[in-house]
Write a protein that binds this ligand. Structure first.
Ligand code: GRG
Length: 302
């Protein structure tokens, strides 16, 4: 497929995001139809978690960043699916008894509850590996694919997602202040959000200043997303969230509301979203999708 430049901004944003979600879900389904060498139990475990109704925030960011740079989003579908695979692997592993020990995720029993702990670990491992396979194989041209793979590996690795998770597992309310908390979430939650935007930009062969704008937007919404996640853990609705709530507060975890209070956390999240929207104003009318998504990050109920 030869990517083409796009010219018109999205008209109806609800329709636009549902169309993007539909495309992502269709491709995730296709990518998770495994050959006979993949054991059936493992394939079912992967599909149970990957195809469950998540928000698909990270793949939407990939596709919208690509379009904000004026490029055909179809070129970014493999990268969009790859970030969702890595995100899903991280959720499966985070839910394990050795980590957060959760029994519900995305409105379904967690992977280890439904398929056993060993298979859940392997399902996560398989998704992590497959993410790199599809970006390397299905992204064009080859040098862009190589850069995407390198940036994705860095974001998923020891100094970003995995390092942030390690620090978060140890973070108690008494273990540090705002700076420590932000440092954890820039890596644990923020890294995959930032890299999603960068991959969209890289596929679109964006300029350095466009990539910088996407970076700034990603950093701001990543932090705002985590603040809202902490607030929803306190007062959200379990059915809407599809997972158990109030785990952080009862465990005495280091969270934004615990450090800043609820009102200041809300104010801070709203300010971050305004800053994120200013950063992508450089894309003109093409920033409409990213701006709407940023507003959704603070207004969401799940
Ligand atoms: C195991 C390496 C490793 C990392 C785990 C993702 C993660 C790191 C932990 C999940 C726990 C958590 C509440 C993280 C904070 C915010 C977050 C990433 C929430 C889950 O993402 P959503 O809300 O989930 O986008 P859906 O299901 O909608 O995709």
């Amino acid at each position: 497929m030869q990517p083409i430049m796009t010219s018109s901004p999205p008209v109806d944003l609800t329709q636009y995001t549902s169309e993007l979600r539909r495309q992502v879900d269709e491709e995730l389904n296709r990518y998770s139809l495994y050959d006979d060498d993949c054991p059936e139990h493992l394939a079912q475990a992967i599909r149970h978690s990957l195809l469950a109704p998540g928000k698909r925030l990270r793949p939407l960011l990939v596709l919208m960043a690509c379009e904000a740079c004026g490029y055909d989003r179809r070129a970014a579908i493999p990268a969009a699916c790859a970030v969702e695979m890595i995100h899903t692997y991280s959720l499966i592993h985070d839910d394990l008894p050795a980590m957060d020990d959760d029994d519900m995720r995305r409105g379904r029993p967690t992977c280890h509850v439904a398929f056993g702990e060993a298979t859940a670990i392997l399902a996560g491992d398989a998704l992590l590996a497959q993410a790199f396979e599809i970006v390397a194989r299905d992204t064009q041209p080859g040098d862009v694919a190589a850069r995407c793979v390198a940036e994705l590996a860095r974001a998923a690795g020891a100094s970003e997602l995995v390092g942030g998770q390690e620090d978060d597992l140890k973070a108690e309310f008494t273990s540090g202040g705002l700076e420590h908390l932000e440092r954890i979430h820039r890596r644990k939650t923020g890294a995959m959000i930032r890299v999603s935007l960068r991959l969209g930009g890289l596929v679109a062969q964006a300029t350095d200043s466009q990539l910088d704008a996407l970076d700034t937007y990603g950093e701001k919404i990543g932090l705002a997303f985590q603040i809202v996640d902490d607030l929803l853990d306190l007062s959200g609705d379990e059915a809407a969230m599809g997972k158990r709530l109030q785990k952080d507060s009862t465990k005495g975890k280091l969270t934004f509301p615990a450090v800043l209070g609820e009102a200041e956390s809300r104010r801070r999240a709203a300010a971050l979203i305004d800053e994120a929207c200013s950063a992508v104003a450089v894309f003109g009318a093409r920033s409409a999708g990213l701006e709407a998504l940023a507003r959704y990050v603070v207004d969401r109920n799940h």
